[in-house]
Design a protein around this ligand. Structure first.
Ligand code: ATP
Length: 581
């Protein structure tokens, strides 16, 4: 959709406000062109001795009243209009945010965070300006132009009017040439601002790494380069816009010279009064606003078009994760993976190949294997972050796309290896999926995740702020808070994706024991590098290069003398050496 179509749709929806603003502007325009006429008549009246004393005061009072009315109406149209344009900015930001929050990881893998943030701020602002100032300046400028020209030609003298307008086509030409340059420069300015945003976002998020690797100076240099380049594009746009002002000035000077030359001749030949010539030169002065309005509108529209060109594909981008399912939460939790195959977008090697696994409801599945084997990918397919190329995943006999995404998310609780804590209290972080949970329930979940004692030792206990603005928790504490969060969600399938990697073996055993005791029919999938985390699982699969190479219980796998048995021996040896040390 083009910017003009989008704006037309918006104006249609908010037409009463736009109509009110337009009516006020039209009144202003009429009053504005009335003033020179009034001045001209007063001048002629004074020369003829008709207007003097009280009559003069009344005429002057009319002029002051017109000025005051113009002032009031100008405030009025701005209030009516900007409150509406602000709504467009709000609407666009909400649409963008909703669209982004529905997109899957495949979308975010191909987009940069800094770009998306720039779109939601800078670009939306630019479109908002096009819907506000630009539209009304265009309307006001055109109306004033038409009225002033009508008054000059029909109200004063048509010959003088036409002659004075002769230089204007030249200005239109300059206007047209400048607009293309302004568009290109604004487009570049927005793109470079995005790159700057991306740099700031990455470097602030990874500030510790940047410092630890001694990259501060390099990062600063890059920042200066990006800031310079963004500033240069913005400056270039403004320089082109600045070229517009002399064009307006020169056109008006030429028009004034014609008006005074021809007007003086007409006055000398008694075809025009001095008052009429005064009014005419005032009208010429009033043409300055429509000319500048044109330049201003040009800049705002070009910036809005460039921004809309970046925003609209993002708003229309198809969701990378379709939500066409209708089924609610599965009635039965038997999990079946059948001949699953998956390759990441842009990758040549399959991450998952011909994987088939069955997990009866309420049982625990252990998934182990060397690094890069595809364990996390399997979990991501279960979460429907990506769609398998072939094969299917079903819960209680229904394949995943048959469920609504909301139902699926209520069914699955996922603890990633590096969980995110939000800038909120620990209690709020644990209760993320169930904000209505009582303090007892939150504490119970924390006890099951073996993190209650850690929390109790924090300065404000459960009310301690964590995340970016608060206390920094250790990796192991963060993992356990995330486990508590998942347990409180009471989802029937819990997935721990290497979620115990940062806790010691003793705590790991404690958490797994709690899980077993409090499982309440819940199925559990545990992905782990440490085999001790899965040894009590009902079923264990070993993944290597995306394929299941071994499967069975712990005892069965030990007897197979494969990767699992070798890894088990190695890890046991390692543990006993650690114990001795
Ligand atoms: P680890 O134990 O180290 O966490 P893993 O068994 O969980 O490893 P995965 O993260 O599932 O392994 O990765 C499987 C393969 O897919 C790897 O070769 C990895 O490089 C690749 N891969 C993972 N994520 C992506 C991605 N987003 N895009 C492209 N390839 C990916």
């Amino acid at each position: 959709m083009t910017l003009s179509k989008m704006l037309a749709g918006f104006v249609r929806r908010h037409w009463p406000k736009y109509l009110a603003a337009a009516a006020m502007l039209a009144t202003i325009a009429v009053l504005t062109v009335w003033i020179p006429r009034q001045v001209g008549q007063v001048v002629d009246g004074m020369i003829a001795g008709r207007v003097a004393g009280q009559a003069l005061l009344i005429e002057l009072a009319k002029l002051v009243a017109a000025g005051a009315a113009i002032y009031g109406l100008r405030v009025g149209w701005r209030l009516a209009l900007f409150s509406t344009a602000y709504k467009l900015g709000r609407e666009l930001r909400i649409r963008l945010y909703e669209r982004l929050s529905l997109q899957g990881p495949a979308f975010f893998q191909s987009k940069r965070t800094g770009d998306l943030m720039a779109l939601a701020t800078n670009d939306v602002d630019a479109v908002e300006l096009a819907a506000g100032e630009a539209m009304l300046a265009a309307f006001d400028g055109t109306l004033t132009l038409v009225l002033v020209i009508a008054m000059m030609t029909l109200g004063v003298d048509w010959r003088l009017g036409l002659a004075a307008l002769l230089p204007f086509p030249l200005m239109a030409l300059a206007f047209w040439r400048i607009s293309e340059h302004v568009h290109q420069a604004w487009k570049q300015s927005l793109e470079r601002f995005s790159a700057l945003n991306q740099h700031v976002q990455e470097n602030l998020a990874g500030v510790r790494t940047v410092r630890a690797l001694g990259l501060v100076e390099r990062s600063e240099k890059q920042f200066v380069q990006l800031a310079d380049s963004a500033g240069e594009a913005g400056f270039r746009a403004q320089r082109w816009e600045a070229a517009y002002e002399p064009a307006v000035g020169m056109t008006l000077s030429a028009a004034l010279a014609i008006a005074l030359g021809l007007g003086g001749w007409l006055v000398a030949h008694k075809e025009l009064s001095i008052g009429q010539l005064t009014a005419f030169t005032m009208y010429l002065g009033q043409l300055i606003w429509p000319m500048f309005a044109a330049g201003w509108v040009l800049s705002l529209i070009e910036r809005g078009r460039a921004a809309w060109g970046r925003l609209s594909p993002m708003l229309d981008e198809p969701l990378s994760l379709a939500d066409h399912g209708t089924a609610g939460r599965p009635a039965e939790m038997r999990l079946t993976l059948r001949d699953l195959n998956f390759t990441y977008p842009g990758s040549e090697r399959a991450a998952i190949e011909d994987v088939s696994i069955t997990l009866p409801a309420g049982q625990t599945l252990g998934v182990v294997g060397p690094t890069g084997a595809g364990k996390s990918t399997l979990i991501r397919l279960l979460l429907r972050q990506f769609e398998p190329a072939r094969g299917s995943i079903s819960l209680g006999g229904q394949v995943l796309p048959e469920f609504t995404l909301a139902a699926l998310r209520e069914t699955l609780a996922w603890v990633p290896q590096e969980p995110i804590l939000f800038s909120a209290t620990i209690a709020e972080n644990i209760a993320l999926a169930r904000p209505d949970a009582s303090r007892e329930e939150i504490e119970e979940a924390a006890r099951l995740a073996a993190v209650h004692d850690d929390i109790a030792r924090l300065p404000q206990g459960y009310e301690t702020l964590v995340g970016e603005r608060g206390v920094t928790l250790s990796g192991g504490q963060r993992q356990r808070v995330a486990i508590a969060r998942a347990l409180l969600a009471r989802a029937p399938l819990l997935m721990l994706d290497d979620a115990l990697s940062a806790v010691d073996t003793g705590t790991e055993t404690q958490i797994l024991e709690h899980l077993r005791e409090q499982r309440q029919g819940r199925s559990v999938i545990i992905v782990s590098h440490r085999l001790s985390a899965v040894m009590d699982a009902d079923r264990i699969v070993v993944l290597r290069h995306g394929r299941v190479t071994e499967r069975g219980t712990h005892a069965e796998l030990l007897e197979q003398h494969g990767w699992y048995a070798a890894q088990w021996r190695y890890q046991q040896l390692e543990a006993s050496l650690d114990a001795e040390a």
